[in-house]
Design a protein around this ligand. Structure first.
Ligand code: SF4
Ligand code: FES
Length: 235
């Protein structure tokens, strides 16, 4: 364990943990849009900015990406922090004014938010879907085409690889804006415009998972698909 100081309070922190994790453990409220505790940090939204003292100087840093070190001092609610978050939120709001997750973040950061005439479900390039698919599901059916300089920030630049997708829906679940739509009807699921056949539970008859997902689990575990045909409720 190491000792850090957050908002003037000395606390013990585990080595390798981030400023955000330690702040949240202390119930300090820090806004985030591209962070998920089970995924690698990405640093896209900059809403989680804090001030960190390094080499005797205070500087701004994304708390989700900043790993704590012995003696580190952190400010989570200074004037500089509030202004930086306000600017990050204002930029997002400028780009995606109709998307509720962005509007909510803007309100939290003190950006004036006008009435929206219509709802938006924009992709804000937070990368949650890409990281979930790669790091949790393990299939990498989504990827950024180009995150480098010169990418077109006005257009979503996520590529869907239909042959890799198993239709699990994790990307739709984790997407904060609703951009990733998923529809299920009559034994079919449609996601990223790919149609999946759903398997029906052999006890209750309810459609519960795409056949391709069960086939993947079978290939990974060696359990035959026929032994996976029972939904969670009937197991
Ligand atoms: S589709 Fe959704 S989860 Fe994926 S990058 Fe866009 S906003 Fe984030
Ligand atoms: S939550 Fe840290 S940059 Fe988005």
């Amino acid at each position: 364990m190491i000792t850090i100081k957050i908002d003037g309070r000395s606390v013990e922190a585990k080595e390798g943990t981030t400023v955000l994790e330690n702040a949240r453990a202390l119930k300090i409220d820090i806004p985030t849009l591209c962070y998920h505790k089970d995924l690698s940090p990405f640093g896209a939204c900059r809403l989680c900015t804090v001030e960190v003292k390094a080499n005797g100087k205070w500087g701004l840093a994304a708390s989700c990406q900043t790993v704590v070190s012995e003696g580190m001092e952190i400010r989570t609610d200074s004037e500089a922090v509030r202004e930086s978050r306000r600017q990050a939120a204002a930029l997002l709001y400028y780009r995606y004014p109709r998307t509720e997750a962005v509007r909510e973040a803007a309100r939290r950061c003190g950006v004036p938010v006008a009435e929206a005439e219509t709802d938006g479900k924009d992709c804000i390039l937070c990368g949650l879907c890409v990281r979930t698919c790669r790091e949790v599901v393990g299939v990498s059916a989504l990827r950024f085409i180009d995150r480098g300089l010169g990418r077109d920030v006005e257009e979503p630049r996520i590529e869907f690889l239909p042959d890799a997708c198993i239709g699990c829906g994790s990307c739709a679940f984790v997407c904060p804006t609703g951009y990733v739509g998923m529809e299920s009807l009559d034994g079919k699921r449609v996601i990223w415009n790919k149609v999946f056949k759903m398997a029906a539970c052999n006890v209750c008859g309810r459609y519960f998972a795409p056949v391709e997902q069960l086939e993947r689990i079978s290939a990974m575990t060696g359990v035959p698909v026929s032994a996976l045909m029972t939904c969670v409720s009937c197991r």
